[in-house]
Design a protein. Structure first.
Length: 349
């Protein structure tokens, strides 16, 4: 009797906003369960183990090298090089777009790439902190923002610690390191409020004291308050913006890019009865279902794969795809960025 492939189901990953969770993310390189040779016979326990291993594999996100990811990684690495000898006024990067367009994925892939390169060049850096990842909490205050950095670093926070004490503890640890700092949910900084304005000042202060390249990501940052007023002008003067948008499907080139994305996801499937090319033949349907959102396509395909294993179908069909409920963002009309730009253009007198 053949033995089932070993079950490789990792423990639930810790949050990326802790150094332990971030390191687990950087180290993660899941291998797909091996295909069983024809005629393999498994007993009940082995079959269940193999089934669970395949389900676990399909619950993991497949990272596809989208134009947004390529742009963020390429530009981000250039910023790091150019900032190497900057004493102040280091240049950063902002990734901006609507929900589900892959902003967080793009900046975390940049961070993973940078940390892996750092480790290869300097094995001693494995225990260091080449990359920091934090999210801006809703209605953030300067102390809350400093606390997010401290939480990532594992700095114990005493109840009576002041904002200045927390900030100094963070900067003392990171101030001399060539760190890449990733800040997600930057749209939570509302510069029209006192707390938001002061938290923005805190972020600027941290970027001055920490010898790092800061890369930010948020929802439609260009139309938020982040670039408004004197504070906003300072941010705009230091950060380039990379837009993150849904995949278009208007011309041949657009359709070929989307088809390549679908093909990559289909190649990752581990279903016994799935015929290669089935999903590629449904690219128009998949674009209509997901609205071209890179966050929704993997959700749809992964859930369909799990359903195919659970039901014993072992293949993804249109019926299975039709039965899956996608997130609310897919149901909403996507903004036309060109029309929005024309609407903001002042009319001639």
């Amino acid at each position: 009797m053949s033995q089932a492939p070993p079950q490789d189901i990792a423990n639930p990953q810790a949050s990326l906003t802790t150094k332990e969770g971030w390191r687990a993310f950087v180290d993660e390189n899941p291998e797909p369960p091996p295909s069983l040779p024809s005629g393999t016979v498994l007993d009940k326990d082995e079959l269940e183990s193999y089934r669970e291993a395949r389900i676990d594999y399909h619950t993991r996100s497949v990272i596809v090298n989208t134009p947004t990811i390529r742009g963020v990684v390429t530009t981000g690495r250039k910023r790091i090089v150019l900032n190497r000898h900057q004493v102040s006024a280091r240049r950063g990067l902002i990734v901006s777009g609507s929900a589900g367009t892959g902003k967080t994925t793009a900046i975390t892939q940049l961070g993973k790439n940078v940390e892996q390169i750092t480790r290869r060049r300097n094995p001693a850096a494995v225990g260091g902190l080449p990359v920091v990842f934090v999210t801006v909490p809703p209605a953030a205050t300067p102390k809350m923002l400093a606390g997010e950095f401290a939480r990532f670093l594992g700095i114990p926070l005493e109840h009576r610690m002041s904002q200045v004490q927390i900030t100094n503890a963070v900067c003392d640890l990171l101030g001399k390191l060539g760190t890449l700092v990733l800040v997600d949910e930057i749209h939570n900084l509302d510069l029209t409020t006192r707390n938001g304005a002061e938290a923005s000042d805190q972020l600027k202060y941290l970027s001055e004291r920490i010898a790092a390249t800061f890369v930010l990501a948020g929802l439609d940052v260009e139309t938020s308050s982040l670039f408004q007023g004197t504070r906003g002008q300072q941010i705009a003067g230091r950060y380039a913006v990379i837009p993150s948008r849904p995949f278009s499907h208007k011309n041949r080139a657009d359709k070929e890019h989307w088809q390549a994305l679908v093909a990559t996801m289909e190649d990752s499937l581990r279903l016994h009865a799935h015929r290669p090319g089935t999903l590629v033949a449904m690219t128009d349907y998949l674009h209509e279902r997901t609205g071209g959102l890179i966050g929704s396509l993997p959700q749809l395909v992964r859930e369909a794969a799990v359903d195919a294993i659970d039901t014993g179908a072992e293949k993804i069909t249109k019926r299975i795809l039709d039965a899956i409920e996608l997130d609310h963002a897919v149901q909403q009309p996507q903004p036309d960025h060109r029309r929005a730009k024309r609407a903001r253009k002042p009319k001639a007198a």
